[in-house]
Design a protein around this ligand. Structure first.
Ligand code: DAH
Length: 346
């Protein structure tokens, strides 16, 4: 190709280019292996010697011209692309944010924590005990000897023979705590924990449920201390207007034993279907610790006395949050958790 033709073609091609691919194509067209300028350069062989120098300079000029064009256009295109990207990526901080779902506390856990906090503020320790328990602690040392009919009532899950079982109540933790206390007073403990019974699951029964156990051992502890404590607990959970009452009952590990009723939180004592028109619901089993239990656990019943109580946490949570099926706590439906969470915030 003639020098003049190349120059003409170049003038025609070096117009505004906004596309990096087209620019690269152009580079191939002029400076590639078989590019126009490359080929022109190889023609230097055929140029007479005295013209070689000038020819070479002219080819260089064309090459430089192309390179300058190439560099500046490339920079322009890249800058434009960057501007465009920055514009698209700009963050409008005035836009409302997307809601990121966060977990909500389990309402049963919330109720238990509320109870724990209250009792801790009164000097109680929150303790733990094993869910896989020995017959000795679950029954024997609670004054329920082998063969005693009270054992049947609890429909226990046995694991190994008759000695190892899933605890049917949190009361064995009373015994364990007293044994650890080695006869020293005061003992003030609550123990929230899982318990198991061979119940058929329905709206008000679950084979696995949470109990909260309480025990206080000191000098001259009586039923009236228990009454005061129950009053504080239920006023805290359900409001100042809630009242408690004791009804005589029977447990092997307390004497006397009582059931604690509270005024129905649904109808405030007027009578409704929740309280079966009585105005009261039974929520706790309790009493004064039986002398046999104290003695077996290393406390002299002539010197010390105590009260104990135990209640189902789900029952209270159901009343507090107006839930009518105990299985709600165990079916892990997040929508339900959310509902209660929102109610609580209001
Ligand atoms: N453990 C009993 C139950 O599961 C509840 C209970 C009654 C606990 C009387 C106590 C108590 O500590 O004194 O039915």
């Amino acid at each position: 190709m003639k020098f003049e033709d190349v120059k003409k073609a170049l003038d025609k091609d070096l117009v505004e280019i906004t596309d990096i691919n087209k620019l690269n194509d152009l580079k191939v067209k002029y400076l590639g292996k078989k590019g126009i300028i490359t080929e022109l350069n190889s023609e230097i062989r055929n140029v007479p010697n005295e013209e070689k120098k000038e020819f070479g300079m002219k080819v260089n000029e064309l090459r430089n011209r192309f390179n300058e064009f190439f560099d500046s256009t490339k920079e322009k295109i890249e800058q434009e692309e960057l501007n465009k990207r920055l514009e698209n990526e700009a963050i409008d901080i005035s836009l409302p944010s997307t809601k990121i779902p966060v977990g909500a506390p389990n309402i049963l856990e919330k109720l238990i924590e509320e109870v724990e906090e209250l009792f801790m503020s009164m000097g109680y320790d929150v303790v733990d005990g094993p869910e896989i328990e020995e017959d000795k602690y679950n029954f024997e040392m609670l004054n329920i000897p082998k063969g005693h009919p009270a054992r049947d009532a609890q429909d226990t899950f046995y694991i190994e023979g008759e000695e190892i079982l899933l605890r049917s109540q949190t009361s064995p933790v009373q015994v364990r705590t007293m044994l650890k206390g080695e006869g020293k007073v005061p003992i003030r403990m609550i123990c929230p924990g899982k318990t198991y019974r061979r119940d058929d699951d329905d709206a008000s029964h679950s084979h696995n449920f949470m109990q909260i156990e309480g025990l206080l051992v000191d000098k001259d502890i009586s039923l009236s201390d228990l009454k005061g404590t129950m009053d504080i607990l239920f006023k805290r959970l359900f409001g100042e207007n809630v009242e408690t009452r004791f009804r005589p009952s029977y447990y092997q590990f307390t004497e006397p034993s009582v059931e604690v009723d509270i005024t129905c939180v649904n109808c405030h004592g007027k009578g409704c279907s929740v309280c079966k028109k009585t105005g009261w619901v039974t929520v706790v089993g309790a009493g004064v610790v039986h002398p046999n239990v104290l003695r077996m656990s290393g406390y002299d019943p002539d010197k010390w006395s105590g009260f104990a109580f135990g209640f189902g946490a789900e029952r209270l949570a159901m009343m507090k949050y107006d839930i009518n099926d105990i299985r709600t706590f165990y079916n892990a439906d997040l929508r339900e958790v959310k509902t209660f969470d929102r109610e609580d915030e209001e």
